[in-house]
Design a protein around this ligand. Structure first.
Ligand SMILES: Nc1ncnc2c1ncn2[C@@H]1O[C@H](COP(=O)(O)OP(=O)(O)OP(=O)(O)O)[C@@H](O)[C@H]1O
Ligand SMILES: [Mg+2]
Length: 275
């Protein structure tokens, strides 16, 4: 149980959908201890699409797992709607880097699984599955099994499965990392369309600055381990559904700025690992 009280609801400013409040995380003990996160404080507004960028090993997944409720912070607290996160909750849907589909179920049953588990009838769960498979462009593959799908299609089923539970927040840890560049770009456009349609709050981890700039309303750049928030950005490109936003001078300017920050941190991480 947490000793922290819920944050008071503030009628004037509103409570953020998510608040990481001075989160630290240390794995292990004594000489083996790894300080993964320094105090991280970050607010996520309802409906925001927040991307975390940072060098490998800086604590991005740790932060996401703490919000998912899979990990407990060493100190600090994460709040959703002002309530401390105590463990996994269907209001937070997680999409993993790869598949994590039930191999013995067809695509439709994979997507219908969540709604069925929360008490929907077979017919209703099936309708929900059909709706989200349509949304991710896989209506024609409902009866196939995961092994019959490409990596990108499996990822889309994973996204449909998370959406079918109607979560308030989607947590995605490098969901497109294993995909080729072209598939990735098409899926980014699809994700943007889905986000425009559903207006879910999203926390998204990526190593791609372009992906972050294309999708995010908010970008948090993290430092090398122990991770902290080094800088935040508010790009405007996510609001546009025109894929050519990536060619604008403003996009290039912000990309160069983030690239510089990330390079410094990647070098710091490299020095750390060599030490
Ligand atoms: N369960 C664990 N036990 C021990 N150490 C861990 C554990 N999980 C993460 N770590 C350590 O915490 C640090 C942060 O790991 P994390 O996976 O959050 O990084 P990341 O930013 O997601 O990296 P990547 O970009 O490579 O996925 C790393 O040094 C890692 O070795
Ligand atoms: Mg990670």
């Amino acid at each position: 149980m947490s000793s922290h009280a819920a944050l008071p609801a503030d009628a004037a400013t509103g409570v953020p959908k998510v608040r990481f409040d001075r989160i630290t995380k240390c794995f292990g003990k004594g000489a083996e201890a790894v300080q993964a996160l320094e105090p991280v404080t970050l607010d996520i507004a309802e409906g925001a699409f927040t991307c975390l960028l940072g060098p490998s090993g800086c604590g991005k997944s740790t932060l996401l797992n703490i919000l998912a409720g899979f990990e407990r912070p060493t100190a600090g607290e994460v709040f959703m709607d002002g309530q401390p996160v105590q463990g996994p909750d269907p209001r937070r849907g997680v999409v993993f880097q790869q598949g994590a589909l039930f191999t013995w179920m067809n695509v439709r049953d994979n997507v219908a699984f969540g709604p069925l588990a929360t008490g929907k009838s077979q017919a209703e769960a099936g309708r929900i599955a059909d709706r989200f498979l349509e949304m991710v462009g896989l209506a024609g593959f409902a009866r196939r099994y995961p092994y019959e799908l490409s990596g990108g299609m499996q990822q889309r089923v994973g996204i449909a499965r998370a959406l079918a539970n109607d979560p308030e927040i989607l947590l995605m840890d490098e969901p497109f990392a294993a995909l080729d560049a072209q598939t990735r770009e098409l899926l980014q456009e699809e994700i943007k369309r889905i986000w425009h349609e559903t207006r879910k709050t999203v926390l998204w981890i990526t190593h791609s600055i372009d992906e972050a700039l294309f999708l995010a309303t908010d970008i948090a750049v993290m430092s090398a381990r122990p991770g902290r928030i080094k800088a935040t950005f508010r790009p405007e490109f996510a609001r546009s559904s025109d894929p050519s936003v990536v060619t604008s001078p403003e996009f290039a300017r912000m990309k160069a700025q983030i690239f510089g920050l990330l390079r410094e941190e990647a070098l710091a991480a490299q020095r750390q690992e060599a030490a």
